[in-house]
Design a protein around this ligand. Structure first.
Ligand SMILES: N[C@@H](CCC(=O)N[C@@H](CS)C(=O)NCC(=O)O)C(=O)O
Length: 268
């Protein structure tokens, strides 16, 4: 009998939710194992040696085979279970477009997660008395740049990011925005300037699997924002490595001490 797939994840993690939604959407049986990233368990050498040298989730374990990185996990599942071709493209051009999005997102939209991380998690990790405005500013910079590209390129002519059907690109893009939405990270004025993103976000949110996979994030962050829940972090390191990136591809990157009117321009 084949081993049951083990999926190591945390529901607060955007890449974990995307890969998990792929499992749910495709009715793939799996055993769920939540890795408590509020501790440093995933940073131990034993964890790194056994699963992933970066210490990050999501991780898929299929018997003796281990694969990490959400896109690699979804592609592995897609091939292994011969999932419907819309997820990763039926034609050469569809596949190229999806690949293009998944490369682009990893260096831009994904790093915009810093706007969420440094607003919601950082005070619980490092202490609410500290000033995270510089880190937040970096996160917002790359988030807003990415939203501009989503609005004016990826969603310019289609209902979904890579055409007129849902693909894995939509799942990763959606879950980045779920964190921002749950955390109230994107001001209403900025949502209002991105009507295509808003319509697309609602379209993907309407999928039953989206609700199932996002519920924990919305419920937990709502309690945190209402002051009803403080998550006890036993670690003193960021849970989103790489969030120090600043700027995407379209804007010059001013020194942190210099005036940057880009945020004011988007929010104004
Ligand atoms: N490039 C990875 C990123 C995964 C990632 O950022 N995981 C975070 C949670 S969102 C994590 O495991 N954080 C724990 C840590 O960094 O110690 C992917 O796309 O799968």
């Amino acid at each position: 009998m084949a081993d049951t797939l083990r999926f190591l994840h945390h529901p607060a993690s955007q890449p974990c939710r995307a890969a998990r939604q792929f499992l749910v959407e495709n009715d793939i049986p799996y055993q769920e194992e939540v890795v408590d990233i509020t501790t440093d368990i995933n940073e131990t050498q034993a964890f790194r040696d056994q699963y992933n040298p970066t210490g990050q989730v999501p991780i898929l374990v299929d018997g003796s085979f281990v694969v990490w990185e959400n896109v690699a996990i979804a592609r592995y599942l897609n091939e292994k279970f011969e999932c419907p071709s819309h997820w990763f493209g039926a034609t050469l051009e569809e596949r190229a477009r999806i690949n293009q999005f998944l490369q682009w997102y990893a260096y831009t939209l994904r790093l915009g997660g810093g706007a969420f991380h440094w607003t919601i998690f950082a005070p619980m990790i490092y202490g609410a008395d500290k000033d995270f405005s510089a880190e937040r500013r970096k996160g917002y910079h790359v988030l807003y740049e990415s939203m501009g590209v989503l609005e004016n390129y990826w969603l310019a002519e289609s209902d979904y990011l890579c055409g007129d059907v849902v693909t894995y690109a939509d799942l990763v893009g959606f879950h980045e925005l779920v964190s921002h939405d749950a955390g109230g990270i994107i001001p209403d004025r900025v949502w209002g300037k991105h009507p295509r993103i808003r319509a697309w976000f609602q379209r993907v949110a309407g999928r039953p699997a989206s609700t199932e996979v996002s519920a924990w994030q919305y419920e937990t962050v709502k309690k945190v924002l209402a002051g009803e829940l403080t998550v006890e972090f036993k670690r003193r390191t960021a849970v989103l490595k790489g969030t120090e990136a600043y700027g995407g591809h379209n804007r010059g990157i001013p020194h942190l001490d210099e005036d940057d009117d880009y945020l004011a321009e988007v929010e104004g």
